[in-house]
Design a protein around this ligand. Structure first.
Ligand code: PEP
Ligand code: MN
Length: 263
């Protein structure tokens, strides 16, 4: 793996309005190539579940004209169909970045999502986040399911967002989720052996850190240890106190720029 940070994905945890996304794009476009904004939110407790399908159009319209690549999470096969339907309106030269989240790990659903995306013939990157518990085989298996569904292996990325902080694992910094970089390397190497592709590794310091201070700390640990990652996915909100999801961990733009400069 090289040390070029090729993938910088930034933006709000969730799309909340066209104005919020527009403001985010203006602030982030000098730094990020990919703009994230989730449309369907996995929630720990019942609550607001995201802007939904109507947001796809907003996400595409507010990013593509700025030569930015839209990025969002898919939870269900219908979401994949809806995204492909909107992408079709933009033609086949448009790129999209999609991901499978930590809390959506059913292989039947994921297989269907991957198949819909593969059949669409759009230029799509698909990132697979690790599940919340530290089991390399589950994560490797998910990647295999995606490849088995016909999704191109060269377009799959791995994302480490840490593992649930069981009380038996030391957590001196009180991270929301604990990173295990060695496990990530083992997963990546095993996949390379099985599938013949060295997949890029993206780090999600937002869900590792859980607070702006710890997001910065997570990045600085990786940079100091010269950890070979290929990119970052960072939650950045223009007004985090008012965020509808993950209000405690999103960075302000200035904080994100500070992090960006350390890379
Ligand atoms: C997210 O990226 O907003 C998210 C829900 O993360 P995770 O799937 O890692 O919990
Ligand atoms: Mn989030």
């Amino acid at each position: 793996m090289n040390n070029r940070k090729k993938y910088i994905i930034a933006g709000p945890c969730a799309l909340e309005s066209r104005e919020q996304l527009r403001e985010s794009v203006q602030a982030l476009k000098p730094y990020a190539t990919y703009i994230r904004a989730s449309l369907w939110k996995p929630r720990t407790r019942p609550g607001w579940e995201g802007y939904g399908k109507e947001g796809i159009k907003i996400l595409l319209e507010e990013t593509i004209p700025h030569q930015l690549i839209p990025a969002t999470e898919l939870m269900m096969p219908e979401h994949a169909e809806d995204v492909v339907h909107e992408l079709n309106k933009f033609g086949t030269s448009v790129k999209m970045f999609l991901w499978i989240g930590a809390r959506n790990q059913n292989h039947i659903i994921i297989h269907e999502i991957a198949k819909i995306l593969a059949d669409s013939k759009h230029d799509i990157l698909l990132m697979i986040k690790n599940q919340p518990w530290p089991d390399p085989y589950h994560w490797i298996g998910l990647v295999q399911h995606v490849a088995h569904a016909g999704f191109p292996k060269e377009k799959i990325l791995l994302c480490h967002r840490g593992f649930y902080p069981y009380s038996t694992i030391p957590n001196p910094d009180k991270f929301r989720n604990i990173p295990d970089f060695e496990l990530v390397m083992d997963v990546r190497n095993q996949i390379e052996k099985d599938l013949g592709v060295a997949m890029p590794v993206i780090i999600d310091p937002s869900h590792i850190g859980g607070s702006p201070e710890n997001v910065k700390k997570a990045v600085s640990i990786m940079v100091d240890q010269n950890y070979p990652f290929d990119g970052l996915i960072v939650e950045v909100h223009p007004d985090r106190e008012k965020a509808k999801t993950d209000a405690t961990q999103q960075l302000y733009t200035e904080e994100f720029i500070e992090v960006f400069r350390t890379l």
